[in-house]
Design a protein around this ligand. Sequence first.
Ligand SMILES: [Zn+2]
Length: 134
Amino acid sequence: MTLAIEGWFAVDEDGVFLLGTRCATCGTVTFPPRPGLCPNPRCDATSMETTRLPRRGRVWSYTNACYPPPAPYVAADPYVPVTLAAVELDEVGIVVLGQVKGLTVNELEVGMELELTSGPLSDGPLVWMWERVS
Ligand SMILES: [Zn+2]
């Protein structure tokens, strides 16, 4: 299975997970993963560890994309508008943008709970997406 971005998410028998990094010293969590120096200015730790992020969160904001994004994005032809949501992850509180599967902007609202899933981009590789909690 080809992933749209290596190292940012993983798929196994338990489902789809975003891969972030966590500082063992101060607990700062980042996505995308940032190995190396901790980004917290009050922390001088130098090793961020890869961690699986919570799979659920709440809609922070949302929109739709009625025009295809620029290259290197490969748009379907004809282009099908996509729904995008910025979701604040449970526990860690960081906001992650992704396509929304099966919901239009009219069906989304701020605060609504969504769950991580995956789906193919128009040229085939898999990417993480958000969907209604089952
Ligand atoms: Zn730190």
